[in-house]
Design a protein around this ligand. Structure first.
Ligand code: MLT
Ligand code: MN
Ligand code: ZN
Length: 295
């Protein structure tokens, strides 16, 4: 299995257009690598790829990652796009993939409903771009030889779908993790997750590699950095730090661990920060755009 990080950042990217925080300013001045928004590509042979989440930055991502180039007068190595939720940073890139090249979109029926309710996605010609429902805990094969099982993880509906009944840790089709399996390897891709219950700790223990929600270091990080009021929990993202944080809750995992979907405020992005030293000494890798991972 080959995994390429197309975009390592959470929604907003690094730098974020309206943010003057320390990390965003460092990225503007070449002191931190820029990061585009949340997406990875997965392949078995290196010829055909499944893109997991379609980032608003996908046009740029497919340009700089050369294995994504068309390789023909018209075409793409992308066979499928798999969605883990309906957030803007995971679906907006579908609009860039118009232009009459076939591929298949896989999403839960919640995800497909969201596409169906927004007529702008009709720009993807239904004759060429099939939309296929995936069911929780049921294997599908978005590229030959890659068996993918979506499973519910605690999470909320997309920001633009929030209403008075909002459940921040709902379990259902609105937020899924993906178990990725080839004949040799198992990996997990979970870019959004609100908590790590005991069942999830156990479930992930068979992974050779896990790519996990690294949005915030601390729950109140946006308040601490003066960038906003929302906590990680309110955004549906578990913090790394603390007794209930992902660092502690996933410390038992023996597979390689990669933080992805990292918010621009997160201090782990700075190579000389104590937080970076802490996650690295716990064995975690901080994803970067273009990183090639082999589980
Ligand atoms: C998130 O991961 O919380 C979302 O991408 C936020 C957003 O839609 O901006
Ligand atoms: Mn996001
Ligand atoms: Zn910022």
């Amino acid at each position: 299995m080959k995994i390429v990080v197309l975009g390592a950042a959470a929604g907003g990217g690094l730098p974020q257009w309206n943010c003057g925080c320390q990390n965003c300013e460092m990225a503007r001045h070449g002191q931190l690598p820029r990061m585009t928004q949340s997406s990875v590509a997965v392949s078995v042979t290196g010829a055909r790829w499944a893109v997991l989440n379609a980032s608003p930055d996908i046009r740029q991502q497919l340009d700089v990652v050369t294995v994504m180039h068309p390789g023909a007068l018209r075409g793409t190595p992308i066979q499928s796009v798999v969605l883990t939720n309906g957030d803007i940073d995971h679906v907006a890139g579908l609009l860039t993939l118009r232009e009459k090249t076939p591929f298949t979109v896989y999403a839960t029926s919640d995800g497909l409903d969201l596409l169906a309710q927004n007529p702008v996605f009709g720009v993807l010609d239904a004759e060429l771009v099939a939309r296929r429902p995936i069911a929780l805990d049921t294997v599908f094969e978005p590229i030959d030889g890659l068996h993918v099982t979506p499973f519910a993880v605690p999470g909320k509906v997309p920001l633009f779908m929030e209403d008075d009944d909002l459940d921040l840790q709902a379990m259902g089709e609105q937020t899924v993790g993906l178990k990725l399996q080839t004949a040799e390897k198992t990996a997990y891709y979970i870019p959004g997750c609100a908590t790590v219950p005991d069942w999830l700790r156990h479930q992930l223990s068979d992974g050779d590699m896990i790519l996990f929600d690294g949005t915030v270091w601390e729950n109140d990080e946006m308040q601490q950095t003066g960038t906003g009021q929302k906590t990680g929990a309110r955004m549906g993202h578990i913090a790394m730090a603390g007794a209930d944080g992902s660092l502690a809750r996933l410390a038992h995992l023996e597979g390689r661990k990669v933080y992805i979907h990292i918010n621009n405020t997160n201090p782990v992005l700075r190579p000389d920060s104590p937080e970076r030293a802490e996650v690295e000494s716990a064995g975690w890798i901080i994803a970067q755009d273009g990183m090639e991972l082999t589980p």
